[in-house]
Design a protein around this ligand. Structure first.
Ligand code: IPE
Ligand code: IPE
Ligand code: MG
Length: 236
C-alpha cells in the first residue's frame, strides 16, 4: 500500500442507503443516518490517505421526487451536518464546499451551508465537496444562463468561449476534474452527476451498499485505479 498512487480527486456516488435499511426491516431514513456516519469516516480516511479533493453526491435534483417523509428526514440530517461538519472540518483541516442549487433549501440550511463554507475557507489539507440539490444538467443550464447574460452585457463574446471558460461557469469552478469515480450498491450509471467533469475519469463500481462502505473499500478502489492505464485520447 506504501507505493500506492493516490488520486488527487475522488468522487463518490453514495448509493444503497434505502436497500441497506430494507434488508434490516428499518425505515429508509435509518439507512441515511448510517450513511451519514460513513461520510464522516470517509472524510477522515480520505484526508489521511492524502486525497486532495473528495466529492460526494448527497442529494440530486431528481431526489425531490421521493416521499415527503424521506425528504424531511434528509433535510433534518443536512441541518444537523452543517453544524457537525464544522467540528470534523476543524479537526481534519478540511475545507468544505457545496455544489448544487442551494436556494431551494429552507433558509436556515442555506445559512448553515454558507457559514460552513466561510468558516472552513482557510483549511488546506483536503477540500470536501458536497453535491446537494445537484444535477449536472441543471448546473450546465445555470452556468450557460449566466454566460449568456455576460455576453448580453458585453463581458464575454462568442469567440472567447473555450472549454476553460465553460468550466469556469460551472459550480466546480477551480476544482480539478475527478481522477476516480466510485459508485456503490451495484448500480452502474451516472444519475446526472458531473457529466462535464467526468469526461476522462476512471470508473469503479462496487456492490457494497453505502452504509457498509469503509476505508478498506476506498483503498480497494484506489488499488484498482492504480492498475488502470489511464488514457486521454493519446496513443501509448
Ligand atoms: C443514496 O441511497 C442516498 C440518496 C440518494 C439520498 P438511496 O436512498 O438511493 O438508496 P437506494 O438506492 O434506494 O438503496
Ligand atoms: C443518485 O442516486 C443520487 C445520490 C446518490 C444522491 P439515486 O439512487 O437517486 O439514483 P438513481 O435513481 O438510482 O439513478
Ligand atoms: Mg439509490
Amino acid at each position: 500500500m506504501d507505493d500506492l498512487r493516490i488520486p488527487a480527486h475522488v468522487a463518490i456516488i453514495m448509493d444503497g442507503n434505502g436497500r441497506w435499511a430494507k434488508k434490516r426491516n428499518l425505515p429508509r431514513k435509518m439507512g441515511h443516518v448510517e450513511g451519514c456516519k460513513v461520510v464522516e469516516q470517509t472524510v477522515e480516511d480520505a484526508a489521511r490517505l492524502g486525497i486532495q479533493y473528495l466529492t460526494v453526491y448527497a442529494f440530486s435534483t431528481e431526489n425531490w421526487k421521493r416521499s415527503k417523509d424521506e425528504i424531511s428526514a434528509l433535510m433534518q440530517l443536512f441541518r444537523y451536518y452543517t453544524k457537525r461538519l464544522l467540528k470534523i472540518a476543524a479537526e481534519n483541516n478540511v475545507r468544505v464546499r457545496m455544489i448544487g442549487e442551494r436556494s431551494r433549501f429552507p433558509e436556515d440550511i442555506v445559512k448553515g451551508i454558507n457559514a460552513l463554507e466561510s468558516t472552513t475557507r482557510g483549511n488546506t489539507r483536503m477540500t470536501f465537496v458536497i453535491a446537494v440539490n445537484y444535477g449536472s444538467r441543471d448546473e450546465i443550464r445555470r452556468g450557460m444562463s449566466r454566460m449568456m447574460a455576460d455576453c448580453r452585457d458585453g463581458r464575454v463574446s462568442p469567440e472567447e468561449v473555450t472549454e476553460e471558460l465553460i468550466s469556469s461557469y460551472l459550480d466546480t469552478a477551480g476544482i480539478p476534474d475527478p481522477d476516480l469515480l466510485i459508485r456503490t450498491s451495484g448500480e452502474e450509471r451516472l444519475s446526472n452527476f458531473l457529466l462535464w467533469q467526468l469526461a476522462y475519469s476512471e470508473f469503479y463500481f462496487s456492490d457494497v451498499l453505502w452504509p457498509d462502505f469503509s476505508k478498506e473499500e476506498l483503498v480497494k478502489a484506489i488499488e484498482v485505479y492504480n492498475k488502470r492505464e489511464r488514457r486521454f485520447g493519446d496513443a501509448k
